[in-house]
Design a protein. Structure first.
Ligand code: SAH
Ligand code: SF4
Ligand code: F3S
Length: 466
């Protein structure tokens, strides 16, 4: 499926922004958008914040100061759901002392029927609910809520539309995410994303390049191309284009200094992509390559379409062809039927690939996914294995982290070091954090830093003056 940008719809929504502004402007009202999910959710939050600002709301920094709070939810694991319910409990108190405060919910969790039922039953003070497919309708829905005074719930099951060109407010002025595709068609058996984000739709490459150029005009120097499986980008588009070609095009924009991408599914990572990265210094020396498991049997049950050996081969090829590359990963422990022997296989892959970092997750059953109806493992069993995997990841990535000590490398300055205001914090192309002496032009600047010392997972350094 492809999504064509629907310009008439973005114009309609801009008209609603104007209508809301007529009632909001001059009242000193404040908004807060809280994000629970991944980079794609972050990006959606920037769009919601952009709309709110254009409507005349100012940003609040604490929930209690806000006149409208938007919770942009995630449901990839159960703890994300729990966090939302925790916040909603607190909101009840806000609503008692501040009657006109509005609570809005959106994001992946809202695409689940049982969640909407529960909120309908137990959280009557929520004012507005919408989902992932109609997020662009936020201005219209908020207008309807404000003019009717009654609760609005609008959730769609699916959409083919892509509505862009709406205002957005970037969290950082110098870096941004750009969606290159929406949804996911992979249906890994543990994962809820395909159910809550819908079918895979690639955006037109011209639209993506236009967005990247506009971002560069605004002073953005680092972009991250976003999709659940960027390696399958381009399927169904009229123009024949691969992800590697798109990446090269984005990196050729002059003022863009660094291009990242997230996430790469190992089954579709092409030799062409490895070559493009190797040949292009502007593309980050960082590939996030989720392993999930190193056991062939579990990988098959997870519907991942690769074996532990194929994954290792791919990762080692990447390391051989892209010097200094950092490879990070996601690992799930406790998938139904997983034995200690399967976990040994996962550990063996970690040792061979030597991940520069990896998120280790305890498997969390998600309603409606195939794995949720399989026989589940006991908590104690999973915990022991989880600790083993986590221990290996920590040891290996600590050793990996120290490998650039003493080198002079480029750092994109992100801001002041929170713990020490006399220093700046930034990131290497590898995504590793570097704290360094405050000199140079500050946030958004690319500076050469000598990495004096590796302190666990980050570096302390000094700006290098030749
Ligand atoms: N599209 C990305 C992943 C998005 S979800 C990819 O395929 O690589 C981010 C991570 O959450 C996944 O890589 C997986 O490790 C984890 N995850 C997804 N569903 C999970 C579940 N039910 N339980 C535990 N972890 C899960
Ligand atoms: Fe989920 Fe698999 Fe799609 Fe990633 S590729 S979002 S893990 S279904
Ligand atoms: Fe969560 Fe949705 Fe992202 S479920 S991980 S916010 S796509």
């Amino acid at each position: 499926m492809t999504g064509k940008n629907n310009e008439a719809e973005s114009k309609r929504q801009r008209d609603y922004i104007d209508k809301v502004r007529e009632t909001v402007e001059g009242k000193g009202l404040k908004y807060l958008v809280v994000t629970f999910g991944c980079q794609m959710n972050e990006r959606d939050s920037e769009k919601i914040a952009g709309a709110l600002r254009e409507m005349g709301y100012e940003q609040a920094f604490r929930e209690e100061d806000a006149d409208i709070i938007v919770y942009n939810t995630c449901t990839v694991r159960d703890n994300a759901d729990k966090r939302l319910y925790g916040r909603l409990g607190v909101c009840k108190a806000y609503k008692t002392s501040k009657k006109d405060m509005l609570i809005a919910l959106c994001g992946c969790m809202m695409q689940e029927e049982q969640v909407i039922e529960k909120i309908g039953r137990s959280y009557p003070y929520v004012d507005l609910i919408f989902g992932t497919h109609n997020i662009y309708k936020f201005p219209e829905l908020l207008y309807r809520r404000l003019s009717s005074g009654s609760r609005i719930i609008d959730i769609w099951k699916e959409t083919g539309d892509i509505v862009e060109d709406l205002p957005t407010l970037r969290k950082y002025p110098f870096k941004t995410g750009i969606n290159i595709m929406y949804g996911c068609d992979n249906f890994c058996s543990y994962c809820i994303v395909p159910y809550v984000r819908g079918r895979e739709r690639s955006r037109d490459p011209k639209e993506i390049l236009r967005e990247a150029e506009r971002a560069a005009d605004d002073g953005v120097v680092e972009v991250m191309l976003l999709g659940q499986n960027v390696n399958s980008y381009g399927k169904g588009l009229d123009t024949k284009v691969t992800f590697a070609e798109l990446l090269k095009e984005v990196a050729s924009i002059d003022r863009i200094r660094r291009v990242r991408f997230m996430t790469s599914h190992p089954k579709d990572l092409s030799p062409e992509l490895i070559r493009v990265i190797a040949d292009n210094e502007k593309i980050a020396r960082h590939i996030h390559l989720p392993l999930q498991s190193g056991s062939d049997r579990i990988l098959k049950d997870m519907n991942r379409h690769y074996t532990g050996e194929q994954f290792t081969g791919l990762a080692l090829r990447i390391r051989a062809e892209i010097p200094d590359v950092a490879i990070t990963s996601d690992i799930i422990v406790g998938f139904p039927g997983e034995t200690e022997k399967d976990v040994d296989d996962t550990i063996a892959v970690i040792e061979k690939v030597r991940f520069d970092g990896a998120f280790t997750f305890e498997y969390s059953p998600r309603t409606g996914t195939p794995a949720a109806s399989m026989e589940q493992l006991s908590k104690e069993y999973v915990q022991k294995n989880f600790d083993r995997v986590l221990g290996t990841v920590q040891r290996v990535s600590k050793e990996q982290a120290a490998r650039f000590e003493g080198r002079i490398m480029e750092v994109l300055t992100e801001g002041e070091d929170e713990k020490d205001p006399s220093r700046y914090t930034g990131r290497l192309s590898q995504n590793t954090v570097v704290h360094f002496t405050k000199s140079g032009p500050g946030p958004g600047a690319m500076v050469k830093v000598k990495l004096d010392e590796c302190a666990g997972f980050y570096y302390n350094g000094t700006v290098w003056v030749p």
